[in-house]
Design a protein around this ligand. Structure first.
Ligand SMILES: [Zn+2]
Length: 654
């Protein structure tokens, strides 16, 4: 488990089934009108009008907890990556010096598919780790064991990582983040409503079963599960909420080692540790080690892990077949090795050229809109424009790939390979401390179906994985592409100016560049969105958290606004006519809704409302659009309809 990045407000996104990009210019199927549910009026619920039929006809497959454009494309990627990995598996050791990447991918994949061996060895490859934990005899030993696990095997207590110093974005520093919880959020340990209690009880049951699978008696497993819950509850109590964690200034507490040691001593670690006693800490460490690595172990652990994390928390009904799980793990762990092989086959250069052009068109619109803002002073505008101009672009795949020399994998054991990769990544990371930041480095793999903004680098990333239909379709009309990938581009750009990303300057430093008066005005406008989204109730009594989702909602609203205005310029220049009886303005909004179509199981939907900074798909469509005058015009939305907001109730920020 690697230290998470503070950065990257991600855009969890979506897809439609993509035949590979055809180079023939055609607009057929760019927008599938059969998805529309004509029984719903656009003004009542645009999301269900635009994709209602699709939602009805596409139930969630048993292996999935949600199904939409995103998961469909990811599923398609699994098949592509399987082909790549099977080819890599055939590469013979030592054959052709240039085959290192294939060797790594092939070895890892081969061990991951060797079911017989995985079943036979059980947790045996973890024995050296168990021995280390068992050998802890004092507080120092405990601290050492934790540090050892943080090299990649597990992430007990807190997370460690390396990243840019928020105050000096050119310098890499060691970073500590809260962590150590094996449930998705601190609230699961602290809240006492019936739904939370039910999950907590199921979690304790899961912990017990894991200990039993490790060979403990039922009685011992009962006691050990109680210990794990007690330790994690203690951590939860001192953890910040997801909303509090959205304030980068509060998360930034720079200190030297001496100061950290001083802080730790004031905290009285010896007492803290002795209160719970060493054996109990050992219990917690053993659990973290096995629980976090369950996916690499034999079927008993894999199944138990699925029962809790897959079924109970997310509502999935069936474990994915081994090949899908293995492909997913290899693709994630060897991100750029797999990425190189993927990009070679699945990223046409035409896609890059067109996407770059769209980015620049949208940047030009953004520039014009900043200049025209009626609520921002000239001084702040100047700095905003500087930041926008300085924003760099990463598209498709990195110019320079991660250097994997020093990593050797074998065809001996799946979990051993996983630990080798983690240890390699840890060493690679730790070497960066105190060194300059490499601004060209990528944190998303090319095969990822997503996009991101990194505030410390002030850059936006669009991996090859997202530059496919329905986001991006080289053969589609402009309206469809601006509604899809254009809105994504605008979304990521806007992250540089949301309530979180806007606290970083043009060079990626956490430094205030707003005048006090402008900051207040921005906050007032943002409050409008907090209230709007806080008013949405996906489940009775369970509302969207307007504070948690604020940054993403600002980005969604900004993204669709910027992209629509970029399309307007195209319309003014090219005068495109209607297609299938729909004007470009209408096709834009339908394409926007199309990328967000998504069926989600209730379990997962409820989990995401607690932990996901993105609003549920339906509100990512209906929320922003109900603030856009151009949307009202395109579909003739009238007073009194559910989507209608009076002009003075509409929010416009960027
Ligand atoms: Zn986002």
């Amino acid at each position: 488990m690697r230290g998470g990045k503070l950065v990257a407000a991600l855009l969890l996104i979506v897809f439609m089934t993509g035949c590979q990009i055809k180079m023939k210019k055609t607009t057929e199927h760019a927008l599938d009108l059969k998805n529309i549910d004509a029984a719903v009026k656009p003004g009542t619920d645009f999301y269900h009008y635009a994709v209602g039929n699709w939602l009805k006809k596409n139930p969630i497959p048993k292996e999935y907890s949600s199904w939409g454009s995103f998961s469909i494309l990811s599923e398609e990627n699994l098949h592509r990556l399987k082909g790549i990995m099977e080819e890599a598996e055939k590469v013979k050791r030592g054959e052709g010096g240039g085959e290192r990447i294939e060797q790594l991918v092939g070895d890892f994949y081969a061990t991951g598919m060797d079911e017989k061996k995985i079943e036979a060895e059980g947790t045996k490859p973890l024995q050296p780790e168990f021995d280390k934990i068992a050998g802890i005899s004092d507080t120092n030993g405990l601290v050492k064991a934790i540090a050892h696990l943080h090299r990649g095997a597990a992430g007990p207590l807190f997370n460690f990582g390396v990243g840019a110093d928020p105050a000096d974005s050119d310098l890499n520093i060691a970073q500590l983040f809260q962590g150590g919880l094996n449930l998705p959020d601190r609230d699961y340990y602290l809240k006492d409503d019936a739904a939370t209690k039910k999950v907590r009880t199921a979690y304790v049951g899961h912990v017990k079963k894991v200990f039993q699978l490790m060979g403990e008696t039922k009685q011992q497993a009962d006691r050990d599960a109680a210990v794990v819950l007690a330790i994690e509850t203690g951590l939860a109590k001192v953890s910040r909420s997801k909303v509090e964690l959205r304030d980068p200034k509060k998360n930034y507490n720079p200190m030297g080692l001496k100061q950290l040691a001083g802080l730790a001593s004031r905290f009285n670690w010896p007492l803290y540790f002795s209160e719970l006693a060493l054996p109990e800490w050992k219990t917690y460490l053993r659990f973290c080690l096995v629980n976090e690595n369950a996916g690499y172990l034999n079927s008993a652990f894999v199944n138990e892990n699925f029962e809790f994390y897959g079924r109970t928390l997310n509502g999935a009904q069936q474990l994915m077949p081994r090949w899908k799980r293995t492909v997913g793990i290899v693709s994630g762990d060897l991100d750029q090795a797999v990425g190189q092989l993927y990009a070679r086959e699945y990223f046409p250069p035409q896609a890059k050229a067109r996407a770059v052009e769209m980015v620049e068109n949208i940047r030009a619109v953004f520039r014009g809109r900043i200049k025209g803002l009626d609520w921002m002073s000239a001084a702040t505008k100047q700095r905003a424009l500087k930041k926008l101009a300085a924003m760099t672009l990463k598209i498709g795949y990195p110019d320079k790939w991660k250097d994997y020399s020093g990593l050797t994998l074998q065809r001996d054991s799946y979990i051993s390979n996983a630990l080798r990769v983690s240890e390699f990544e840890f060493r690679r990371d730790i070497k960066k401390v105190g060194k300059p930041v490499d601004r060209t480095e990528w944190y998303m793999s090319p095969q990822t179906v997503n996009a991101s903004y990194d505030p410390s680098k002030n850059d936006i990333t669009f991996p090859a994985g997202i530059l496919q239909p329905p986001f991006f379709n080289a053969t589609a009309d402009d309206a469809v592409n601006y509604g899809g990938i254009g809105s994504v581009i605008g979304h990521e750009m806007t992250h540089g100016f949301d309530d979180e990303g806007g606290k970083y300057d043009a060079h990626g430093n956490l430094k205030d560049w707003w005048t006090a008066a402008d900051a207040v005005k921005f906050k007032q406008k943002a409050k409008g969105l907090v209230d709007q989204f806080g008013g949405y109730q996906p489940f009775r009594g369970l509302a969207v958290n307007g504070e948690l989702t604020l940054g993403e909602n600002i980005a969604d609203l900004g993204g669709v606004t910027l992209s629509f205005n970029a399309l307007k310029k195209v319309i003014a220049k090219d005068h495109p006519g209607p297609i299938d009886g729909l004007k470009p303005e209408q096709r834009f909004f339908l394409a926007y809704a199309q990328v967000w179509r998504n069926n989600t199981r209730d379990e997962r939907a409820k989990l995401l409302i607690k932990v996901d900074p993105h609003s549920p798909a339906m509100y990512r469509v209906n929320g922003p659009l109900s603030n856009l005058a151009e949307f009202y015009t395109a579909f003739g939305i009238a007073t009194g309809e559910a989507m209608y907001k009076a002009p003075n109730k509409r929010v416009e920020i960027w």
